[in-house]
Design a protein around this ligand. Structure first.
Ligand SMILES: Nc1[nH]c(=O)nc2c1ncn2[C@H]1C[C@H](O)[C@@H](COP(=O)(O)OP(=O)(O)OP(=O)(O)O)O1
Length: 180
């Protein structure tokens, strides 16, 4: 896996993009937070209010800045999007996933996936995300990215994810999903 120093035409800093099999992806980190509430296991997702994916229910996370580590990015994004302050030691790796958008390659992303226990922490809504707990058995799939059912159930079951998603020309449907 070769690292790119940036993508022509973008203001990306070194380290914010990587190339895999000749395709450039922006590095992002996602973190799924869990709690048990009244005996029911729940996961924290959020309604995206601004930026990429506005209107969808998404996992907390976002772009990895500059030379920041993926874990540090996950901790920072969780704090920014939910107000919940984790430490790096709280966060467990849950695998990785790439999303490529052949019709819009500037949207390609490679995500480091993480999970963490939220304990009794209460999320608060910010400008970018309106966080909400969902029962793990009843996720709002219709409001989420269409690739979610291909990989999120495995992650919820505790299996490491190694997935490559290719989006269809409409940038909405899934063209192919390969899970290792
Ligand atoms: N097909 C897909 N399925 C999915 O579940 N999540 C996806 C996805 N394609 C992208 N994402 C996620 C990864 C990343 O966390 C998020 C987009 O990153 P950001 O939230 O950082 O975007 P923004 O445009 O809001 O960024 P900023 O303007 O830097 O805040 O969308």
């Amino acid at each position: 896996m070769a690292r790119a120093t940036g993508v022509p035409g973008t203001p990306a800093l070194p380290g914010e993009w990587q190339t895999i099999d000749g395709i450039a992806y922006r590095n992002v980190a996602l973190c799924f937070l869990f709690r048990v509430h009244d005996g029911v296991r729940e996961v924290l997702l959020g309604l995206k209010r601004t930026g990429f994916g506005t209107g969808r229910v998404v996992a907390l996370g976002g772009k990895i800045d500059g030379q920041e580590s993926a874990v540090d990015a996950a901790v920072r994004e969780v704090a920014e999007e939910s107000g919940i302050q984790l430490s790096a030691a709280d966060v467990r790796s849950a695998g990785r996933i790439t999303w490529s958008f052949p019709a819009q390659p500037g949207w390609n992303m490679a995500a480091h996936l993480f999970t963490a226990d939220a304990g009794n922490a209460l999320p608060v809504a910010g400008e970018e995300i309106e966080p909400r707990w969902y029962t793990v058995d009843a996720l709002p799939w219709n409001g989420m990215w269409q690739d979610g059912p291909h990989w999120i159930p495995a992650l919820l079951d505790g299996h490491p994810v190694d997935a490559r998603i290719v989006m269809a020309p409409d940038n909405e449907a899934v063209d192919s999903a390969v899970l290792e």
